[in-house]
Structure formats: C-alpha cells, structure tokens
Design a protein around this ligand. Structure first.
Ligand code: GZL
Length: 307
C-alpha cells in the first residue's frame, strides 16, 4: 500500500540513525562489566541518534562469530567487537568487508591483515607488562621468585602482558625468576584456584605474584590469606586493570601495585562509529591513556575510581 508522508520521512530519518552491533566477550571480570556499562550507558543517552544492538558471547568465540553474522544480516553501519581470542576471525571479518561494514576492535586485538578491520581502540599491553615488571623490580629489589597468573588463553591482553613482562625481565632483571605461570582465565575464582596450587607446590619460596588482571589477583589474595601468608608484605603483588577492589586491597595493605587499563571506552567507541558512518577516516590504533597506581596513594585514589 502507499506510505504516508510521515512514514516515508520517518523511514528516511531512520536511515540517518547510526546503527551499531557490538559483540561483547562476557562478564568475566569487573573490568569487563565496567566496559559494558560504559558502552550501554552511552547508547542509552543517544537513543534518538543511535540504534544499538548488543550481544553477550559468554566468553565463547563461536557466539561472537554468530553475533557478527547477524549484524551483517541486519545491515548495521558498524560492527564492534572485543575479540575473546586473537585468532579465527578471517572468514567472518571477510564477510563483513564484502558487505561493506567496517569492524572496530575494542580492548583486545585480532590477528588479521590490516584490511580486515578499521581500527583498534585499546591499550598497549606490552607496555603494561613492562610497567608491571619495573614495579615488581622496585618491590623486590631486583631479585626474587615470581608466580604468574595469565589471562584467557589466546587473548591478546594475556599474550602481550606476558610478553612485555617476560621480555623486561630478560632485558633488565636477571635475578627475578618466573617459577610458575598458568592461566586463571581473567576470573577471580580461577585466580584463587591456581594460586592455591602454586602455594601448595612452592609455599614460601614465592616472593611475588604477577596477575594479568586485578580480579585474578583478588582471588590470589584470598588464597594467600587462607594459607596464612601476608599478601602485600610476605608476597608482593602487581596486577593490571585498576578496578576499585584492588585499590581497597592496597588500602588494606594486601596489595602493592595496579597497572591501569581503561575500560571506559563507550564514548570513544561510538564517536569512532559515527566518524566512520560520516565517511571520515580514523587512526588504525586509538590508544588508551593510562597510568600506574601504588599503595602509597591508594587511600587518596580510591574515592576517585569510577569502576
Ligand atoms: C583488557 C581486557 C582484559 C582485562 C580483563 O583490555 O581485554 O579483559 O584486563 C578482562 O579484566 O577480562
């Protein structure tokens, strides 16, 4: 049947809206929840100009791939993704490219050729690993045995936080040794479990813990206390993210350092999507700005932390 003028106009108006599909990893950590909140809050503030579709993959790559395919079907303007792991994306990214839909990577990288994604918005995980090593060296006086809690197997954040740390030890700290390293999948529960096994095997030979995120470290702190150890004192701690919980642990004298990784990427994400819809070009890497926080300023910092 014929459309009324209003319907035609609203249809045209509809096309003016920015339509975005985002395939989130899941809810594995406080950091991840903060990123999701930042994204959903921004979309909620812009419902008149943004049509937003969100998918939670429960930490499974196949669910992220399914979500991307559905966004392609819908014909969204831009697809956003936090790749749970670095590999296995070529086919579905090629489908998006063939459909003329740009892909914006958020907070984790994908190992694909540059023509298969438009930009990566996120941190330099190599630098974060290097900073963690330098902080631990100060705490240990350049000498000691370290156990490492790795992030999700295959995730760029885990691979590069490990590489940055290990390379810095090899380059600058020959008397600092990683005596054990195992994945805790970025979760508090798994971090506690792995730390319990490290404590059983190595006990008081452990001088420090390096965790790829604060959530695993908070689990490890529980394990150390249950084993009668004093985290932050007998065993030094350095982890990444900068979530409120680790600031509280530092205030309580149970943690030493957190290397901040900014999850509040909602505004940058949607502003980048809008630029792409407008036909503007964006940098290939929109790098997050972040710093390092230590126990000596934690009481002052804690009230300022928003995630
Ligand atoms: C970092 C992000 C990591 C966080 C973890 O950009 O990918 O994933 O450090 C989260 O807390 O699980």
């Amino acid at each position: 049947g014929t459309q009324s003028t209003a319907e035609v106009v609203s249809k045209a108006e509809g096309n003016k809206k920015l339509t975005v599909g985002f395939a989130q990893i899941g809810q594995e950590s406080g950091w991840r929840d903060a990123e999701t909140a930042s994204i959903q809050f921004y979309a909620g503030q812009h419902v008149d100009t943004i049509d937003f579709k969100f998918a939670d993959a429960q930490q499974k790559q196949e669910n992220q791939i399914k979500a991307i395919k559905s966004f392609i079907e819908m014909g969204v303007d831009v697809i956003g993704l936090a790749p749970v792991v670095e590999t296995g994306w070529d086919a579905v990214f090629t489908e998006a490219k063939d459909a003329g839909i740009p892909i914006v990577l958020l907070d984790r990288r994908a190992k694909v050729s540059d023509d298969l994604y438009t930009t990566f918005i996120g941190s330099d995980f190599i630098t974060e690993g290097q900073n963690a090593a330098d902080e631990l060296a100060k705490l240990l006086n350049n000498k000691g045995n370290i156990v490492e809690l790795e992030g999700t197997v295959g995730a760029s954040a885990a691979n590069d936080r490990k590489k940055g740390f290990d390379d810095q030890l090899a380059a600058k700290y020959p008397d600092m040794k990683v005596i054990a390293s195992q994945t805790g999948d970025f979760t508090r529960a798994k971090g506690k479990e792995v730390m319990e096994s490290f404590l059983k095997t190595y006990g008081n030979k452990i001088n420090a813990v390096y965790a790829h995120n604060d959530d695993m470290m908070l689990g490890a702190i529980e394990a150390m206390k249950e084993a009668g150890m004093k985290p932050g004192k007998d065993i030094k701690t350095v982890s990444c993210d900068g979530v409120k919980g680790i600031f509280q642990a530092m205030v309580d004298g149970e943690a030493n350092v957190t290397v901040e990784c900014n999850p509040l990427l909602g505004p940058q994400f949607f502003e980048t999507c809008q630029k792409l819809k407008n036909g503007e070009t964006v940098e290939k890497w929109i790098k997050s700005q972040e710093s390092v926080f230590r126990a000596d300023t934690a009481a002052k910092d804690l009230p300022t932390r928003v995630y």
